[in-house]
Design a protein around this ligand. Structure first.
Ligand SMILES: [Mn+2]
Length: 364
Protein backbone atom coordinates (compact mmCIF):
# COMPACT_ATOMS: atom_id res chain seq x y z
CA UNK A 1 0.00 0.00 0.00
CA UNK A 2 1.37 3.35 -1.03
CA UNK A 3 1.75 6.03 1.65
CA UNK A 4 -0.80 8.78 1.49
CA UNK A 5 -0.15 11.95 -0.48
CA UNK A 6 0.35 14.21 2.53
CA UNK A 7 2.88 11.87 4.18
CA UNK A 8 4.83 11.68 0.92
CA UNK A 9 4.82 15.49 0.58
CA UNK A 10 6.29 15.94 4.06
CA UNK A 11 8.90 13.26 3.32
CA UNK A 12 10.07 15.23 0.25
CA UNK A 13 10.09 18.44 2.33
CA UNK A 14 12.28 16.72 4.96
CA UNK A 15 14.58 15.32 2.28
CA UNK A 16 15.20 18.88 1.03
CA UNK A 17 15.99 19.96 4.61
CA UNK A 18 13.15 22.47 4.67
CA UNK A 19 11.47 23.30 7.92
CA UNK A 20 7.71 23.40 7.35
CA UNK A 21 5.15 23.16 10.17
CA UNK A 22 2.07 23.29 8.03
CA UNK A 23 1.10 23.63 4.35
CA UNK A 24 -1.58 25.90 2.91
CA UNK A 25 -3.19 25.00 -0.42
CA UNK A 26 -5.53 27.71 -1.55
CA UNK A 27 -8.49 27.76 -3.91
CA UNK A 28 -9.08 31.43 -3.27
CA UNK A 29 -8.15 33.53 -6.25
CA UNK A 30 -6.61 30.99 -8.59
CA UNK A 31 -7.74 27.50 -9.58
CA UNK A 32 -4.86 25.63 -7.99
CA UNK A 33 -5.22 22.00 -9.06
CA UNK A 34 -3.15 21.00 -6.01
CA UNK A 35 -6.30 21.61 -3.99
CA UNK A 36 -7.99 18.68 -5.74
CA UNK A 37 -4.88 16.54 -5.50
CA UNK A 38 -4.51 16.83 -1.75
CA UNK A 39 -8.22 16.88 -0.88
CA UNK A 40 -9.09 14.19 -3.44
CA UNK A 41 -12.51 15.84 -3.55
CA UNK A 42 -14.44 14.36 -6.49
CA UNK A 43 -17.18 16.98 -7.06
CA UNK A 44 -17.51 20.68 -6.34
CA UNK A 45 -15.66 23.81 -7.43
CA UNK A 46 -14.60 24.97 -3.96
CA UNK A 47 -14.10 28.60 -4.87
CA UNK A 48 -12.68 30.51 -1.91
CA UNK A 49 -11.81 27.29 -0.09
CA UNK A 50 -8.44 26.25 1.28
CA UNK A 51 -6.72 23.23 2.77
CA UNK A 52 -4.24 22.94 5.60
CA UNK A 53 -1.95 19.92 5.63
CA UNK A 54 -0.01 18.81 8.70
CA UNK A 55 3.16 16.73 9.17
CA UNK A 56 1.21 13.98 10.97
CA UNK A 57 -0.67 13.33 7.70
CA UNK A 58 -3.84 15.09 8.81
CA UNK A 59 -5.69 17.69 6.76
CA UNK A 60 -8.48 20.19 7.20
CA UNK A 61 -10.67 21.62 4.47
CA UNK A 62 -12.12 25.10 4.94
CA UNK A 63 -15.02 26.00 2.71
CA UNK A 64 -18.00 28.28 2.36
CA UNK A 65 -21.56 27.40 3.27
CA UNK A 66 -22.24 27.00 -0.46
CA UNK A 67 -19.80 24.09 -0.81
CA UNK A 68 -20.48 22.40 2.55
CA UNK A 69 -22.56 19.61 1.03
CA UNK A 70 -20.09 19.01 -1.81
CA UNK A 71 -17.25 18.84 0.73
CA UNK A 72 -19.07 16.35 2.93
CA UNK A 73 -20.06 14.16 -0.01
CA UNK A 74 -16.74 14.36 -1.80
CA UNK A 75 -15.27 11.32 -0.09
CA UNK A 76 -12.08 13.20 0.73
CA UNK A 77 -10.11 12.31 3.84
CA UNK A 78 -10.23 15.59 5.80
CA UNK A 79 -12.10 17.43 8.51
CA UNK A 80 -14.52 20.03 7.11
CA UNK A 81 -14.76 23.54 8.53
CA UNK A 82 -17.36 25.97 7.20
CA UNK A 83 -17.16 29.76 7.14
CA UNK A 84 -19.96 32.13 6.24
CA UNK A 85 -18.08 35.42 6.15
CA UNK A 86 -14.67 36.83 5.27
CA UNK A 87 -14.00 37.42 8.95
CA UNK A 88 -14.77 33.81 9.86
CA UNK A 89 -12.52 32.66 7.07
CA UNK A 90 -9.61 34.73 8.39
CA UNK A 91 -10.18 33.55 11.94
CA UNK A 92 -10.23 29.90 10.90
CA UNK A 93 -6.98 30.46 9.03
CA UNK A 94 -5.40 32.12 12.08
CA UNK A 95 -6.55 29.41 14.48
CA UNK A 96 -5.46 26.47 12.37
CA UNK A 97 -2.10 27.42 10.89
CA UNK A 98 0.47 25.71 13.09
CA UNK A 99 3.98 26.99 13.80
CA UNK A 100 6.09 29.71 12.23
CA UNK A 101 6.93 28.08 8.90
CA UNK A 102 4.16 27.83 6.34
CA UNK A 103 4.68 25.88 3.12
CA UNK A 104 3.10 27.30 -0.05
CA UNK A 105 3.19 26.40 -3.73
CA UNK A 106 4.75 29.66 -4.97
CA UNK A 107 4.09 28.63 -8.57
CA UNK A 108 0.33 28.46 -8.08
CA UNK A 109 -0.63 31.22 -5.68
CA UNK A 110 -1.16 34.84 -6.69
CA UNK A 111 0.79 37.80 -5.41
CA UNK A 112 -2.49 39.34 -4.28
CA UNK A 113 -3.35 36.36 -2.13
CA UNK A 114 0.07 36.22 -0.52
CA UNK A 115 -0.28 39.92 0.23
CA UNK A 116 -3.57 39.23 2.03
CA UNK A 117 -2.16 36.21 3.79
CA UNK A 118 0.63 38.33 5.26
CA UNK A 119 -1.98 40.40 7.11
CA UNK A 120 -2.99 37.25 8.98
CA UNK A 121 0.21 35.22 9.16
CA UNK A 122 3.47 36.85 10.25
CA UNK A 123 5.79 33.82 10.05
CA UNK A 124 7.97 32.50 7.20
CA UNK A 125 6.59 31.50 3.83
CA UNK A 126 8.45 28.57 2.29
CA UNK A 127 8.20 27.51 -1.32
CA UNK A 128 7.37 23.82 -1.75
CA UNK A 129 6.62 23.85 -5.50
CA UNK A 130 9.28 21.22 -6.20
CA UNK A 131 8.22 18.92 -3.38
CA UNK A 132 4.61 19.05 -4.59
CA UNK A 133 5.77 18.17 -8.12
CA UNK A 134 7.68 15.14 -6.86
CA UNK A 135 4.69 14.03 -4.80
CA UNK A 136 2.30 14.40 -7.73
CA UNK A 137 4.70 12.76 -10.20
CA UNK A 138 4.24 9.33 -8.64
CA UNK A 139 0.68 8.19 -9.09
CA UNK A 140 -1.30 5.98 -6.73
CA UNK A 141 -3.55 3.23 -8.06
CA UNK A 142 -6.67 5.38 -7.82
CA UNK A 143 -5.05 7.97 -10.11
CA UNK A 144 -3.68 5.37 -12.53
CA UNK A 145 -7.14 3.82 -12.86
CA UNK A 146 -8.66 7.16 -13.78
CA UNK A 147 -5.91 8.03 -16.29
CA UNK A 148 -6.36 4.54 -17.75
CA UNK A 149 -10.10 5.12 -18.13
CA UNK A 150 -9.47 8.48 -19.85
CA UNK A 151 -6.95 6.75 -22.12
CA UNK A 152 -9.36 3.95 -23.06
CA UNK A 153 -12.05 6.47 -23.96
CA UNK A 154 -9.52 8.37 -26.07
CA UNK A 155 -8.19 5.23 -27.78
CA UNK A 156 -11.72 4.22 -28.66
CA UNK A 157 -12.23 7.57 -30.36
CA UNK A 158 -8.96 7.12 -32.30
CA UNK A 159 -10.32 3.77 -33.54
CA UNK A 160 -13.36 5.64 -34.94
CA UNK A 161 -11.26 8.08 -37.00
CA UNK A 162 -11.46 6.02 -40.23
CA UNK A 163 -15.27 6.46 -40.21
CA UNK A 164 -14.94 10.21 -39.68
CA UNK A 165 -12.50 11.19 -42.45
CA UNK A 166 -14.18 12.58 -45.59
CA UNK A 167 -12.61 14.21 -48.60
CA UNK A 168 -12.98 18.01 -48.33
CA UNK A 169 -13.88 18.17 -44.65
CA UNK A 170 -12.13 20.89 -42.63
CA UNK A 171 -9.91 20.45 -39.59
CA UNK A 172 -12.51 22.24 -37.50
CA UNK A 173 -15.24 19.86 -38.69
CA UNK A 174 -13.12 16.85 -37.80
CA UNK A 175 -12.30 18.36 -34.38
CA UNK A 176 -16.00 18.75 -33.68
CA UNK A 177 -16.69 15.11 -34.58
CA UNK A 178 -13.77 13.96 -32.44
CA UNK A 179 -14.98 15.94 -29.43
CA UNK A 180 -18.55 14.66 -29.86
CA UNK A 181 -17.23 11.11 -29.99
CA UNK A 182 -15.02 11.60 -26.90
CA UNK A 183 -18.03 12.74 -24.92
CA UNK A 184 -20.17 9.90 -26.29
CA UNK A 185 -17.51 7.42 -25.31
CA UNK A 186 -17.65 8.64 -21.71
CA UNK A 187 -15.23 11.54 -21.37
CA UNK A 188 -16.17 14.04 -18.65
CA UNK A 189 -14.55 16.84 -20.66
CA UNK A 190 -11.46 17.42 -22.83
CA UNK A 191 -7.89 17.23 -21.57
CA UNK A 192 -6.94 20.06 -23.98
CA UNK A 193 -7.99 21.68 -27.26
CA UNK A 194 -8.05 19.18 -30.09
CA UNK A 195 -5.28 19.44 -32.65
CA UNK A 196 -6.33 18.28 -36.12
CA UNK A 197 -3.65 19.23 -38.66
CA UNK A 198 -3.93 18.32 -42.34
CA UNK A 199 -1.10 18.26 -44.86
CA UNK A 200 1.71 20.78 -44.30
CA UNK A 201 -0.05 22.14 -41.17
CA UNK A 202 1.17 19.03 -39.38
CA UNK A 203 4.70 20.47 -39.24
CA UNK A 204 3.58 22.83 -36.43
CA UNK A 205 3.60 20.86 -33.15
CA UNK A 206 1.00 23.08 -31.45
CA UNK A 207 -1.13 23.84 -34.46
CA UNK A 208 -4.68 25.11 -33.89
CA UNK A 209 -7.34 23.40 -36.03
CA UNK A 210 -8.41 25.68 -38.87
CA UNK A 211 -10.29 25.72 -42.18
CA UNK A 212 -7.89 23.62 -44.29
CA UNK A 213 -9.69 20.95 -46.26
CA UNK A 214 -8.71 17.29 -46.28
CA UNK A 215 -7.36 15.95 -49.55
CA UNK A 216 -5.71 12.72 -50.72
CA UNK A 217 -2.09 12.17 -49.61
CA UNK A 218 -2.47 14.56 -46.65
CA UNK A 219 -0.80 13.87 -43.35
CA UNK A 220 -3.58 13.77 -40.74
CA UNK A 221 -1.95 14.54 -37.40
CA UNK A 222 -4.42 14.19 -34.54
CA UNK A 223 -3.58 15.10 -30.95
CA UNK A 224 -6.60 14.90 -28.68
CA UNK A 225 -7.75 13.39 -25.40
CA UNK A 226 -10.70 13.17 -23.07
CA UNK A 227 -10.67 13.51 -19.30
CA UNK A 228 -12.14 11.03 -16.87
CA UNK A 229 -13.31 12.74 -13.70
CA UNK A 230 -10.54 15.27 -13.20
CA UNK A 231 -7.84 13.12 -14.80
CA UNK A 232 -6.25 13.75 -18.18
CA UNK A 233 -4.49 11.65 -20.73
CA UNK A 234 -2.53 12.64 -23.84
CA UNK A 235 -2.36 10.87 -27.17
CA UNK A 236 -1.30 11.55 -30.77
CA UNK A 237 -1.49 9.48 -33.93
CA UNK A 238 -0.68 10.49 -37.51
CA UNK A 239 -2.64 8.96 -40.38
CA UNK A 240 -2.46 9.33 -44.16
CA UNK A 241 -5.54 10.09 -46.22
CA UNK A 242 -6.02 7.76 -49.24
CA UNK A 243 -2.32 7.53 -50.16
CA UNK A 244 1.19 8.08 -48.82
CA UNK A 245 4.43 8.74 -50.69
CA UNK A 246 7.60 6.84 -49.90
CA UNK A 247 8.98 10.01 -48.27
CA UNK A 248 5.93 10.28 -46.01
CA UNK A 249 6.25 6.61 -45.09
CA UNK A 250 9.94 7.05 -44.30
CA UNK A 251 9.20 9.93 -41.91
CA UNK A 252 6.51 7.83 -40.25
CA UNK A 253 8.66 4.74 -39.82
CA UNK A 254 11.49 6.85 -38.37
CA UNK A 255 9.21 8.42 -35.77
CA UNK A 256 7.73 5.04 -34.90
CA UNK A 257 11.18 3.55 -34.38
CA UNK A 258 12.14 6.56 -32.22
CA UNK A 259 8.97 6.17 -30.16
CA UNK A 260 9.59 2.47 -29.52
CA UNK A 261 13.16 3.27 -28.55
CA UNK A 262 11.89 5.89 -26.08
CA UNK A 263 9.49 3.38 -24.52
CA UNK A 264 12.34 0.87 -24.15
CA UNK A 265 14.57 3.46 -22.47
CA UNK A 266 11.95 4.49 -19.91
CA UNK A 267 12.56 2.48 -16.77
CA UNK A 268 13.04 3.02 -13.04
CA UNK A 269 16.51 4.25 -12.09
CA UNK A 270 17.42 6.07 -15.32
CA UNK A 271 17.88 9.85 -15.39
CA UNK A 272 14.95 11.42 -17.24
CA UNK A 273 17.07 13.50 -19.63
CA UNK A 274 18.87 10.33 -20.81
CA UNK A 275 15.56 9.02 -22.18
CA UNK A 276 15.04 12.25 -24.12
CA UNK A 277 18.64 12.31 -25.31
CA UNK A 278 18.57 8.69 -26.54
CA UNK A 279 15.58 9.45 -28.77
CA UNK A 280 16.88 12.82 -29.90
CA UNK A 281 20.24 11.26 -30.84
CA UNK A 282 18.49 8.50 -32.77
CA UNK A 283 16.59 11.05 -34.88
CA UNK A 284 19.67 13.25 -35.31
CA UNK A 285 21.56 10.26 -36.70
CA UNK A 286 19.02 9.99 -39.54
CA UNK A 287 18.50 12.40 -42.44
CA UNK A 288 15.97 14.19 -40.21
CA UNK A 289 18.68 15.75 -38.03
CA UNK A 290 17.33 18.80 -36.18
CA UNK A 291 13.69 18.05 -37.06
CA UNK A 292 12.70 16.83 -33.58
CA UNK A 293 11.98 20.21 -32.03
CA UNK A 294 10.36 19.62 -28.66
CA UNK A 295 10.86 17.56 -25.54
CA UNK A 296 10.19 13.85 -25.59
CA UNK A 297 7.36 13.95 -23.09
CA UNK A 298 5.91 15.14 -19.81
CA UNK A 299 3.98 13.92 -16.80
CA UNK A 300 0.21 13.41 -17.10
CA UNK A 301 -2.31 13.50 -14.27
CA UNK A 302 -4.70 16.14 -13.02
CA UNK A 303 -3.13 18.33 -15.70
CA UNK A 304 -2.17 17.35 -19.24
CA UNK A 305 1.29 18.76 -18.54
CA UNK A 306 1.51 17.47 -15.00
CA UNK A 307 4.34 17.77 -12.49
CA UNK A 308 7.57 16.85 -14.29
CA UNK A 309 8.78 17.26 -17.87
CA UNK A 310 10.86 14.80 -19.89
CA UNK A 311 13.39 17.01 -21.65
CA UNK A 312 17.16 17.58 -22.02
CA UNK A 313 17.17 19.45 -18.65
CA UNK A 314 15.20 16.86 -16.65
CA UNK A 315 17.65 15.73 -13.99
CA UNK A 316 15.35 13.66 -11.80
CA UNK A 317 15.37 9.86 -11.66
CA UNK A 318 12.56 7.92 -13.30
CA UNK A 319 10.55 5.96 -10.73
CA UNK A 320 7.90 3.29 -10.79
CA UNK A 321 4.31 4.59 -11.10
CA UNK A 322 5.23 7.85 -12.78
CA UNK A 323 2.81 8.51 -15.65
CA UNK A 324 4.54 10.12 -18.62
CA UNK A 325 4.11 10.61 -22.35
CA UNK A 326 6.58 9.44 -24.96
CA UNK A 327 5.96 11.57 -28.04
CA UNK A 328 8.76 12.07 -30.54
CA UNK A 329 8.00 13.85 -33.79
CA UNK A 330 9.65 14.92 -37.02
CA UNK A 331 8.54 18.25 -38.48
CA UNK A 332 9.41 19.38 -41.99
CA UNK A 333 8.19 22.89 -42.86
CA UNK A 334 5.95 23.12 -45.96
CA UNK A 335 5.86 19.33 -46.18
CA UNK A 336 4.35 18.02 -42.95
CA UNK A 337 5.04 16.27 -39.70
CA UNK A 338 4.50 13.05 -37.84
CA UNK A 339 4.13 12.64 -34.09
CA UNK A 340 3.27 9.45 -32.24
CA UNK A 341 2.38 9.80 -28.58
CA UNK A 342 1.44 7.35 -25.87
CA UNK A 343 0.71 7.93 -22.21
CA UNK A 344 2.40 5.23 -20.14
CA UNK A 345 2.98 4.13 -16.56
CA UNK A 346 6.58 3.40 -15.54
CA UNK A 347 6.81 -0.22 -14.38
CA UNK A 348 9.72 -2.43 -13.32
CA UNK A 349 10.27 -3.82 -16.82
CA UNK A 350 8.69 -2.21 -19.85
CA UNK A 351 6.30 0.69 -19.28
CA UNK A 352 2.59 -0.08 -19.36
CA UNK A 353 0.97 1.65 -22.33
CA UNK A 354 -2.38 3.18 -21.38
CA UNK A 355 -3.25 4.35 -24.92
CA UNK A 356 -3.40 1.07 -26.83
CA UNK A 357 -4.61 2.13 -30.29
CA UNK A 358 -2.36 0.79 -33.07
CA UNK A 359 0.78 2.63 -34.19
CA UNK A 360 1.04 0.79 -37.53
CA UNK A 361 1.14 3.16 -40.48
CA UNK A 362 -2.48 3.60 -41.53
CA UNK A 363 -3.63 4.89 -44.92
CA UNK A 364 -7.35 5.54 -44.58
MN1 LIG B 1 1.76 15.57 -24.94
Amino acid sequence: MMKNRIDRLFEYIAKENKNVDCVLISRATFPDINFFYFSNAKGGLFEGSFLLLYPDGGSKLFTSTMEREAAEKSGGDFEVYVFSSREERINLLKDNIKGENLGLSFSSITYLEVDKLKETFKGNLIDITKEISFTRAIKDSDEINQIKKASEITSKTFSQIPEMLRNGMTEKELSLEIEFSLRKNGASSLSYDTIAAFGPNSSLPHYESGDSKLKPSDFVLLDFAGKYNRYCTDMTRTFFFKEASSEQKKVYETVLEAQLLGLDALKPGVIARDVHNAVSKFIDDTEYKGKFIHSLGHGVGLETHDALGLSPISDYTIEENMVLTIEPGIYIPDFGGVRIEDTVVVRKGKPQILTPFTKELLII
